[in-house]
Ligand binder design. Sequence first.
Ligand code: SF4
Length: 369
Amino acid sequence: MTVSLPLVFDAPRRGMPPRHLADLDAEGRRAAVEELGLPKFRADQIARQYYGRLQADPEQMTDLPAPVREKIGEALFPPLMSVVKHVACDGGETRKTLWRAGDGTLLESVLMRYPDRATLCISSQAGCGMACPFCATGQGGLNRNLSTAEIVDQVRAAAAAMRDGEVAGGPGRLSNIVFMGMGEPLANYKRVVAAVRRITSPSPDGFGISQRNVVVSTVGLAPAIRKLADEDLSVTLAVSLHTPDDELRDTLVPVNNRWAVAEVLDAARYYADKSGRRVSIEYALIRDINDQPWRADMLGQKLHKALGSRVHVNVIPLNPTPGSKWDASPKPVETEFVRRVNAQGVPCTVRDTRGQEIAAACGQLAAEG
Ligand code: SF4
């Protein structure tokens, strides 16, 4: 299948940014501070500024003497990314940010405020190498992995924006993180797991967001799912299945040629067993492609068999990308699909699709640059 979309990430592959405080765990940052000839206690003091006060500018860390601020600024706070633009919709309750990293790489995050929570959707890679044909990001290929700090700093910036009342509804707290922006998180495994630890550890090691409020998504890299299960985290795993049969999935999610549906579901069961968490199954419903009643039945049956009650299906009405032949399913087809999956004893709901009007399918804002 071919989709004609402009190549977004046509720049040459570039390198990672220099080391940043958020790349380091507690031991690493103490070692870095000692390398600078500073006493160890400064390490936690600096981390408290970053993770607790959400301060990324050493000049503003006024509890540090000026010479220390200068030293740590150079060594631990290289400029990471700058805002290219913010785009708001849903009455200001959704805000998408396009970032430019130091080497020009573009990435994006989306902050969504709901009555009971504020969720940030973050990117783990610039571009994506998984080549799903219905996805804008997939069309441009992988530019590069993001560093741990580039992932973590998306969270810091959003937490500060919530605290400072930059999102409609007044000051609030960032409560949920979903790794569902650009990229395949498990293809950048080590940095993503390190970022999850910074996001969920209590201050001074992280932002203290509950693991239960973090979702890591994947297209189904089965060995990496098993590895994640062995990390003993209690984050939610979301598997982008999009169809229950290998024949179609080989095309819709090309990585299926490597790890087929049965293998992916096996790994998902292992994750559910180890974490005690329900696995989310993501299903982008595409008109006349994967929305047939028989596929709904097959999906429900396969999931029930593999995961019993430890699964939930999120049906996502496809947000068509510009110039694409793919389209969302009509409402009655969607309703029937959901009914059939539920009839197999598998809970299935339609995901609220925030940000449609600001091109919020992953990668679209960067695509429009
Ligand atoms: S749908 Fe996700 S995994 Fe597939 S190409 Fe797009 S960003 Fe990558």
